[in-house]
Design a binder for this molecule. Sequence first.
Ligand SMILES: Cc1cc2nc3c(=O)[nH]c(=O)nc-3n(C[C@H](O)[C@H](O)[C@H](O)COP(=O)(O)OP(=O)(O)OC[C@H]3O[C@@H](n4cnc5c(N)ncnc54)[C@H](O)[C@@H]3O)c2cc1C
Length: 300
Amino acid sequence: MDYKQELQQFFGERCLLAEPMALHSTYRTGGPAEAYVCPASQEEWSFVLKLAQTYQIPLHILGYGSNILVGSKGVQGIVCATARMNAISADSTHIKAQAGAALDHVCQTACRLGLGGMENLSGIPGSVGGAVYMNAGAYGQETFDCLEYFDVIDWQGHPATLRKEEVEHGYRHVAGVENYIILSASFKLSPADPFHLTEERNLTLQKRRDKQPLEYPNAGSVFKRPANDYASRLIDDTGLRGLTVGGAKVSEKHAGFIINFNHATPEDIRELMRQVRQKVQEKHGIALELEQILWGDFAE
Ligand SMILES: Cc1cc2nc3c(=O)[nH]c(=O)nc-3n(C[C@H](O)[C@H](O)[C@H](O)COP(=O)(O)OP(=O)(O)OC[C@H]3O[C@@H](n4cnc5c(N)ncnc54)[C@H](O)[C@@H]3O)c2cc1C
């Protein structure tokens, strides 16, 4: 038996082979994952981890695919999506959520319950695990601001709880997080007026609709904010709004975004990223750092 047969035997129809990652990335493009599963329990995670170890198969953890670009030649090994682990619970000061819960759903719940501190994260279309991994943030709030601790397992399956203070973190950076699978996160929030929080949330959602090209597939800001500036301002100032490679375009609405406006290949998007970096470097002498994460193999 090879690893795919073992995986199929264990997960049955829930194991998908040659699964197009275009279906699981907000860019709506990307080649196949050799195998794709959604573990829902500790037992299922343990099985996948052990299998990957036995067969020396690469394992990739997928949240909602809203910050990745997958090459057209696809991803070797097993993609494990967290989507089936999505429980949320709350008390008067905390919300705890499993890694596959939608961050926006957690924000909505917090606002409804009168728990303040994450209302400005509303509308980020990632999972809780992805938000912790990236230290996602917006409009002056970052995931780690209200994070208290997160539960993980390492690649050998050992569980641990990491408290915020123990983990070096900064703007879109969490040191060592790639050594873990994030299972859940607990947020410490402050009691506040639910009506006011919901108003703040709605304002944030409206700002996103006004400023971001949500009508096209994209994966948010392509580059990190450089010191004392904005990537979108530099890209705009370099005259790159509307720059196109194949079906990929620098958004005219928000120059920090690349949109898949016409069946873009992953290679179109990657080439456009390269051109934008090069032109901004030439004009401003600033090397933009990619925020998005490239997965798998790209065609040359
Ligand atoms: C329209 C739009 C707007 C956006 N706006 C913002 C914004 O305002 N601020 C912001 O910060 N981002 C923004 N993003 C980017 C994105 O939503 C965030 O980076 C989000 O946190 C990614 O979460 P995800 O679940 O989609 O992660 P994925 O894209 O699935 O994965 C990203 C990385 O996290 C890892 N990962 C995911 N879950 C786990 C886990 N449970 N354990 C271990 N590793 C894990 C993956 O392996 C991968 O390396 C936006 C994206 C879009 C499409």
